[in-house]
Design a protein. Structure first.
Length: 659
């Protein structure tokens, strides 16, 4: 760009003075090349809203040729709207880089007099109020009459200037500095257009709480870590502790020095560092973003700036209470691609952020009732040693399966086991679901679901949501219980999570893309504080053997009928039953279980009758009636199912129970 600007300034006055207009003139070729170089700048190339145009006249040579960057949401012509433009002096002395306004529309509305000039000045000042930090830059914010610094423009063209910088021909800066200056004006321009489209009124009052959008690493690569650790972070680690710098300029000067004093002054980088360390406040809202549109999480800032020298990268952090990981998008065409952007003054973005974050209830941790072995043993029919063995394996393996015949209390045991793992009775950290033949990966992890408009939305499943909930509270255990775990197609339901649930594959270091991940940044892991308890009915004939890949990832514990235990006896007598009733149940159901266990070919120990069928839920007023009701309503159907091909035997066994 440096050479092309010099060449245009050198050759344009002579071409205008002595050459005919039109055709494939050398001036046209110079402008085409300059257009190509500006369009290839990353911040232009990667923004689909930006258009590069130029003109050196129509039919005749223009007094002031130009090349402009226009946002198509604002204008496609320099006759109206706002745009970034380079204006070349007709005498070749130099050129202006400016953020300016088109004057044609104003002339049509206000004429060419003082009213039009005042309206252009009013509009320019209104835009300047949006960017107070530009006052500390090398850009002029008001017309300067000196011919050394400003082209010979009409009063209207001068009034249309918002920000401007003049380059004399012999003093045009390097390509890097030119690119930095153009980017600085383009960033202001894009923010202005975003705010205008969002309905911004610069006079709106600030309620004191700011809202920020932050990119957590390239493509959101640090999002999982940020969510699990409850932080936001930025780089520029070479600066050290950012709180030691007292201004944005001090940060920028240090960055420029670290670059070897070459290239453009790092205004955007220094602004990001200063805002992160000095202007963010506790209570501000923050949205984690990827690119211009995608929002992947939101939370509330809960700490001052922290410099953590022990971190491998992104050592500047703030603590955040993440309250949502629901996927969303910024309105319209989104926001600037800068690392950190304050979006509080964008009404549309502010409304979106507040409904996305602030309207959600932040869960306040309430002290729960402590829960230990003594509490569990009051309810369970297991011995302490048996319980300690199960708890120990759960904490070590992370995943266990409680298996056994019907009625041995698998569900009852699992909930008490969950409380033991947590050390407190907190049902909010326990999730209970049941597998069935139609249960799928889409229900469990993630999948596309129809919406009310006839389209489809990507919805997270029960286990995905539970993991995200646990990830925001890594200091406490969370327990996910799956009833009838062998009733579903396990490989199909778990998918790639068969690997992630392994005890040594937990945490962000093992995060992977899921089947429906939309980008490389959208990776998922199972947090280390999630424990899985599967419940398996060994008497269900309809089930296939459990997948061996799943078996390897779980520890298995078998629960047996506890009819002979003291706690079973206490459960009967506490409800009003006598010891005669206890003996009847033990003798008759015990005999039946011996018969079932002896049928090794079709039945076996996994089909025995559990004690839970005979644990009263209310006071026993008539022992014979209560016992007969249990046999007829619950035990008889099981016997008939077990000996479906021998009804006479089923009738005989039932009669023996009722005699």
């Amino acid at each position: 760009m440096h050479d092309l600007l010099n060449e245009i300034l050198e050759k344009y006055p002579a071409a205008r003075a002595g050459s005919s207009f039109g055709g494939q003139h050398e001036i046209r070729n110079l402008f085409e090349r300059l257009k190509g170089e500006i369009a290839s700048l990353d911040f232009v190339k990667n923004n689909k809203n930006l258009l590069v145009k130029y003109s050196y006249g129509k039919g005749n040579w223009a007094e002031t040729p130009w090349i402009a960057i226009l946002d198509i949401r604002e204008t496609t012509s320099t006759q109206n709207g706002t745009y970034v433009v380079i204006l070349f002096r007709a005498d070749g002395d130099g050129c202006h880089l400016k953020l300016g306004q088109g004057v044609t529309e104003i002339k049509e509305l206000y004429g060419s007099g003082i009213a039009a000039t005042e309206e252009l000045q009013r509009r320019a000042e209104k835009v300047r109020t949006m960017f107070p930090k530009m006052l500390n830059t090398a850009f002029d914010s008001a017309p300067i009459e000196s011919n050394e610094k400003r082209a010979t423009l009409t009063n209207m063209y001068e009034a249309s200037t918002i920000y401007s910088k003049y380059y004399k021909r012999e003093e045009i800066p390097s390509n890097e500095e030119l690119a930095g200056d153009i980017q600085q004006l383009t960033d202001c321009y894009e923010q202005y257009v975003d705010q205008r489209l969002a309905g911004l009124n610069p006079d709106d009052a600030d309620d004191g709480r700011k809202i920020w959008a932050i990119a957590l690493g390239e493509g959101g690569r640090l999002w999982n870590e940020s969510y699990e650790k409850g932080i936001i972070s930025i780089g520029w680690d070479e600066l050290g502790d950012l709180s030691k710098y007292d201004s944005q300029d001090a940060i920028g000067t240090k960055l420029f020095e670290l670059k070897g004093d070459v290239g453009p002054f790092p205004r955007n980088d220094s602004l990001c560092c200063y805002e992160f360390s000095h202007e963010m406040k506790v209570g501000d809202l923050v949205l984690a973003k990827v690119g211009r549109k995608k929002v992947i999480g939101g939370g509330i800032i809960v700490s001052d700036y922290i410099f953590d020298p022990e971190r491998r990268e992104h050592k500047s952090i703030r603590r955040v209470n993440w309250v949502t990981t629901q996927k969303a998008e910024f309105p319209g065409t989104g926001i600037t691609t800068k690392t950190l952007t304050e979006i509080s003054r964008y009404p549309t973005f502010k409304d979106m952020a507040e409904s996305y974050i602030a309207d959600k209830t932040v869960v306040v941790r309430v002290a729960s009732e402590p829960y230990g072995y003594e509490d569990a043993l009051k309810d369970l029919f297991l011995s302490r040693s048996e319980l300690e063995e199960i708890v120990g394996a759960t904490k070590r393996k992370k995943n266990i399966i409680l298996q056994g015949p019907p009625g041995v209390g698998k569900t009852f045991v699992s909930k008490r086991l969950a409380y033991l793992i947590m050390g407190e009775k907190d049902p909010s950290r326990v999730e209970f679901i049941q597998f069935h033949q139609s249960y799928s990966y889409e229900d469990f992890v993630q999948g596309w679901r129809p919406n009310s408009t006839g389209g489809f939305n990507l919805k997270n499943g029960s286990f995905y949501n539970f993991c995200e909930k646990a990830r925001s509270d890594l200091g406490r255990p969370y327990v996910f219980i799956i009833d009838e775990i062998n009733r579903g197609n396990l490989s199909k339901i778990f998918g790639e999570l068969l690997m992630l649930i392994e005890g040594d594959k937990r945490g962000i270091d093992n995060a992977i893309k899921l089947t429906y991940s939309e980008s490389e940044a959208e990776r998922f892991s199972v947090p280390e504080n999630v424990f899985l308890i599967g419940l398996m009915n060994t008497a269900d004939r309809s089930l296939a053997l459990v997948d061996y890949a799943l078996r390897r990832r779980f520890a298995f514990f078998s629960l047996a009928p506890q009819l002979d235990s003291d706690r079973f006896q206490q459960a009967i007598t506490k409800a009003g039953g006598t010891m005669e009733l206890v003996k009847k149940i033990r003798n008759r159901i015990g005999s039946l279980n011996q018969v079932i266990s002896g049928e090794r070919r079709d039945l076996g120990p996994g089909f025995q009758i559990g004690h839970s069928y005979f644990c009263p839920t209310e006071t026993i007023t008539s022992e014979d009636e209560w016992y007969a009701n249990v046999i007829k309503a619950e035990i008889k159907p099981l016997i008939e199912e077990y000996w479906f091909d021998a009804p006479e035997k089923a009738d005989t066994l039932t009669a023996q129970l009722l005699q």
